[in-house]
Design a protein around this ligand. Sequence first.
Ligand code: GLU
Length: 505
Amino acid sequence: MKTRVRFAPSPTGPLHMGGVRTALYNYLYAKRRGGDFILRIEDTDSHRFVPGAEQYIIESLRWCGIVPDEGVGIGGPHAPYRQSERREIYRQYAEQLVASGHAYYAFDSAESLEQARAQAEASGQTFIYNSATRSAMCNSLTLSAEETERLLRETDTWTIRFKMPLGRTVQMDDLIRGHVEINSDTLDDKVLWKRADSLPTYHLANIVDDHLMEITEVIRGEEWLPSLPLHYLLYEAFGWQDSMPRFAHLPLLLKPVGNGKLSKRDGDKMGFPVFPLRWVSPTGEVSRGYREDGYFPEAFVNMLALLGWNPGTEQELFSMEELVEAFSLEKVSKSGAKFNPEKAKWFNREYLRGKDDAELAEAFLPLLEAQGVRADKAFVVKVVALIKERATFVSDFWDIAWYLFKAPTEYDPKDAAKFWKDENPARVQELAAFVRDFDGAFERDVIGPALEEYIRSREWPMGKVMNALRLALTGSGSGLGIADVAALIGKEEFLARVDRCCKYA
Ligand code: GLU
């Protein structure tokens, strides 16, 4: 049987990085087996629908290189893949369960449900709509057939509820957690379908679609584990046990410090994104994204892959192809994975170093332009080659190397006080004179040793004089090597900068 898995997000807001990881694991699992990865949008909860969220999900997956074989925006043999466009499908399945005695119509008003809850609470209990209480409620199990018919015809707020069996031990198997058991008496008669909006609830739509779309494995977040017994019982009620998918519930992504699920608040507090892309909510609230923060999608994906899965080796850097090759659910851990924002940066640094200089230069050019600098591409390539080891993001380039593109007009006062004193200004001027007359190639490995040689021959303190010279050339006492700076800015500029600094001081 062909492996078919799906990512089935609800468009209720921006996709959390935990959701991206779920999509990624599904994708890797499918590709490892030559199977299909499907994107299904579960938008049957109209109260939680957020405009723009679906587009955001699609764009996030695209940015990460997680490409669905079928789904919303792509199509496929089981289209449509947006549940709101499949609404006609679900009612017949809900009715089928009523007919087979696995579900029933419920006519309880919001007020009577509230009352039942309050009553239970008054005696220190919580109300569960199930075998213990359903006989006292208003539903097709307690009403006559005629009355049921009448209410179905004349009212429009009824629902179809699952008739949770009494005293069953539901035996479940999870590919990550192993065997799980639960007594059905702790579970409630979940609503499967609502007349009010003619829409199914998550549980019904999810099971029906997984069945119709021939899903072989359901890989999803741990928060869905409590729904698993109901899902098992739904497959049983439909008589679909034989083609029931296997389930794998992924561990949570945890906060960097302390306990609990990684939340947007943690990101805001500690200064890292929890969303793949920047998101502006319908009310205008902005959440930062990995993309806009300057992460490479490959770095983000690589980092996410290792949050909860390990290859069983020391290898940390994986391309998507390598991930596909190495991924298995057996190596997904049962316990939550602590997110480490520093490690995320480490991944980006590694990817940045591995990138081609020309590609990085291309990415740097618009930032230079924004600084009012028009630079020659070949020059930018040279600069990037020099500085990429020091950067985490392309956006760091400017701070590291701005003085290779324009002369300093100010000098760091602390460094100036430290280095631009005693005989140093005169020495720097003497060095400039030496440079003026220097007729060797103005290249890093020629001018650098020549300057050092000159300083040594004059028996000046090397470090102090070099720092004074750096101050003159760059405005600061620390930074890139003098030989590199000199070679990149060139002889004319070297002399002009020393001259300007001497006049300034
Ligand atoms: N729509 C559910 C969600 O938003 C899907 C859960 C599942 O994969 O079954 O996560």
